[in-house]
Ligand binder design. Structure first.
Ligand code: PTJ
Length: 260
């Protein structure tokens, strides 16, 4: 679709186009389009830029990934459609495995997503077909199926765009879970060890940049970053930010300027 260059919501519409393209390629499910709408709504309220609480979480997340013995990036349909190149580049920079993990799992989608990631530079994609032979205990959705060479043995798992059940299950297994979720109220956001409240299309490039900067730091410097990080404070700041934006709008006579 031709979106005019001066359209005030051009960026947001271009992201939608990527998702629709992913839907046509059978990477994304119908439900993924709805989930994106929920994300858009929170992004609108957040101001559609990366906020300072997300910057803090990004730094801690990258430090955790760099310190991990076995980091894994979990990829679903929406993430694959929106940021395939960034997933691959981040994985390279933090030395992480990439694994397909789907709520609406079909062999066709697993393969389409793996193929798409390979077209964007991935050399290995776990969690496809028989490789997803292990199970996460106490989890009953299709998300329970994981690779014994990937999420099952990972110590740190990055889950952009998740559902709360798996985040909780992974935490019960003793793993550090990093979530990227625009909704600071979601169960995923609440259950994760580190929550990046931001759009994954903005957060992933910033994580790559940060990984390049932190790569050469010593383990004790990275540990210090994690020690100083408090996820409860970050979530509180995110909720306060939403509250404050709405309060400003409520109090403003220039509400129209606020709502771009
Ligand atoms: O590809 P599958 O089969 O694994 O299906 C995945 C979906 C997305 C359908 C499934 O995980 C789902 O239903 O997700 P939820 O429970 O709707 O959660 C989606 C969460 O991601 C919501 O809290 C949204 O606010 C958030 N979200 C949506 N788009 C983005 C996002 N967070 C960050 N960046 C986004 N672009």
């Amino acid at each position: 679709m031709n979106i005019p260059a001066n359209h005030p919501r051009r960026n947001s519409l271009l992201i939608r186009e990527k998702l629709v393209e992913g839907f046509k390629r059978k990477l994304v499910v119908e439900e993924g389009l709805i989930a994106h709408g929920r994300g858009e709504c929170f992004d609108y309220l957040l101001g559609e830029i990366t906020q300072p609480f997300a910057v803090k979480a990004i730094e801690a997340a990258v430090a955790a990934l760099l310190l991990a013995k076995y980091p894994v990036i979990s990829v679903n349909g929406n993430t694959a459609a929106l940021a395939p190149r960034e997933i691959v580049e981040l994985a390279k920079n933090v030395n992480a495995k990439i694994e397909v993990n789907l709520f609406y799992r079909t062999r066709e989608r697993e393969e389409a997503i793996a193929e798409w990631l390979k077209e964007h530079g991935a050399t290995e994609v776990l969690g496809v077909g028989e490789d997803a032979s292990a199970t996460i205990p106490e989890l009953f959705s299709e998300r329970r199926r994981v690779s014994p060479r990937g999420i099952l043995v990972a110590d740190v798992v990055l889950v952009p765009l998740e559902d709360g059940d798996r985040t909780e299950a992974l935490r019960r297994m003793g793993k550090t879970v990093i979530a990227i979720d625009l909704n600071p109220l979601s169960r995923t956001a609440r259950a994760a060890s580190i929550t990046i409240v931001d759009n994954l299309v903005r957060a992933l490039p910033l994580m790559i940049e940060k990984a390049k900067k932190l790569k050469d730091k010593s383990p004790s410097e990275l540990e210090q970053i994690i020690k100083q990080y408090d996820n409860n404070v970050v979530l509180q700041e995110a909720v306060y930010h939403l509250f404050n934006r709405l309060k400003t709008l409520y109090e403003s006579k220039l509400a129209i300027e606020f709502c771009r």
